[in-house]
Design a protein around this ligand. Structure first.
Ligand code: KE4
Length: 435
């Protein structure tokens, strides 16, 4: 039965009068895949329902947080009970320590941490700390990695490798972009070249240890180890941005999976169970530079918010207690759907490269091996858009961009996986097969 979007269409028209593009975050506007986004009315388990009553199997999970499914009962109950005690105090609560204990149990490299309200705040604060600790100004990031929208991180690669960055957004001053080196991911020579060219100037490397924001790109063998060795040798700090990978690809994120100890870690998404919560943390000697102990100022009205703490404790607490069941289940389900759809693409003669790390993956519409942003950009984004639309019309809601990672959670079932592979068989035949 054709899907009606009458109410979503009307809501989109109103939203566009009030919110730029009708959205509060650009990716939600469906500009990369075309068409109008359905307006979500509610979520439960692995499913979303839109305002016209259409049901969708959810493969973006609020861009990562909903690893236990929507309306996870223990989280709902905890937030309801916290709300009844008031939503915010601007004063210390026991819940902050409760969640911090859970986080440091999952991330042994995090000796101390501070909660903030978004991943952007977490990475911005971690970089300020790194600059204060080292007394240096220059930072290294990698092309295709996204660390939130603070000025110094909205930077594109300069003209040559290891040349200073250029603004990646209007409103970012060149002077600020010039303090960021944007290098190709998975290219350790580029990192060596940058340190040789900017000796004693580089405060830190910030990296998504498994890239999720160019689509999913795992590190090459030895790459993260080399970043750790170089930053140790050069007295720079290594910051793992695990906002996406934390609690997802393993309970302890990429640093557990690849056995690397960063100096600082940023976390978000799952840590708050879907409420506004993120954190930055790491070595105590670095974290103790933060006010009120030290000279690095950082603050937030709603940092450690009681409702976010309640949702985080329910979510992270469940993951810690049930890690031995949760992560093998996520691996089994993710492998089944990622490989199942790849097999359907091969049968249909559609070029597809699949990159996966646990319960985050990407089907790149290219025959090229995807190891960095340049190879990710070889994807046929028009083919991805057709695939996305064909899946959405069958009630399968994938992330609305070729350059976003796909996620599933513990509420997805083998029957959901089978339905997804069947829908992909239909979506990949016909128009797509000639792509
Ligand atoms: P937020 O400021 O959006 O909470 O977090 C920024 C951030 C930092 N680091 C990583 C690795 C991230 O993936 C993100 C945010 N991720 C995007 C999706 N890829 C958020 C979705 C959106 O922008 O609407």
């Amino acid at each position: 039965m054709p899907i009606s979007h009458t109410r979503s269409h009307a809501l989109q028209a109103r939203a566009e009068k009030l919110l730029p593009g009708g959205v509060d975050s650009p990716v939600r506007a469906f500009r990369a895949v075309g068409g109008e986004p359905p307006f979500v009315a509610r979520g439960e388990g692995a499913y979303l329902w839109d305002e016209d009553g259409n049901r969708y199997l959810d493969y973006f999970g609020s861009w990562g947080p909903m690893i236990l499914g929507h309306a996870f009962p223990a989280a709902v109950k905890a937030v309801q009970e916290a709300a009844a005690r008031s939503a915010s105090f601007g004063a210390s609560t026991a819940a902050e320590g409760d969640l911090a204990e859970l986080v440091t149990k999952a991330f042994p490299s995090v000796e101390k941490l501070r909660f903030v309200s978004s991943g952007t705040e977490a990475t911005m604060s971690a970089i300020r700390l790194a600059r204060a600790y080292t007394g240096r100004k220059v930072i290294i990031k990698f092309e295709g990695c996204y660390h939130g929208h603070s000025d110094g991180l909205l930077v594109k690669a300069g003209s040559g490798v290891a040349t200073f960055g250029i603004p990646g957004s209007a409103g970012v001053p060149e002077e600020i972009a010039a303090l960021t080196l944007a290098l190709p991911f998975n290219d350790i020579n580029a990192v060596e070249e940058a340190f040789a060219k900017h000796k004693h100037e580089i405060a830190c490397i910030i990296v998504e240890p498994v890239v999720g924001n160019a689509g999913c790109i795992p590190p090459a063998a030895g790459y993260l180890e080399a970043l750790r060795e170089i930053t140790n040798r050069e007295n720079s700090l290594l910051i793992f941005d695990e906002v996406m990978t934390g609690f997802r690809i393993a309970l302890g994120g990429a640093q557990e999976l690849y056995n690397i100890t960063p100096d600082l870690t940023t976390l978000g998404k799952i840590i708050g169970g879907g409420l506004p919560c993120a954190a930055f943390g790491g070595r105590a000697d670095i974290m103790n530079l933060l006010a009120p102990l030290g000279p690095v100022y950082q603050a937030g009205t709603l940092s450690g918010n009681p409702l976010a703490m309640a949702a985080g404790i329910a979510t992270v607490g469940h993951l810690v207690r049930h890690r031995d069941e949760v992560y093998p289940l996520l691996e089994t389900l993710s492998a089944a759907v990622a490989d199942g759809v790849a097999a359907e693409a091969a049968r249909a003669g559609v070029s597809l490269t699949t990159n996966r790390a646990g319960a985050m993956w990407t089907w790149f519409f290219t025959s090229t091996k995807v190891t960095d942003f340049a190879t990710a950009a070889s994807s046929d984004t028009a083919a991805f858009a057709r695939f996305h639309r064909a899946m959405l019309e069958q009630g399968i809601w994938l992330p609305c961009s070729q350059y976003e990672a796909i996620f599933l959670g513990t509420a997805h079932t083998p029957e959901d996986i089978a339905a997804t592979v069947t829908a992909a068989r239909t979506a990949l035949s016909g128009a797509l097969a000639t792509a």
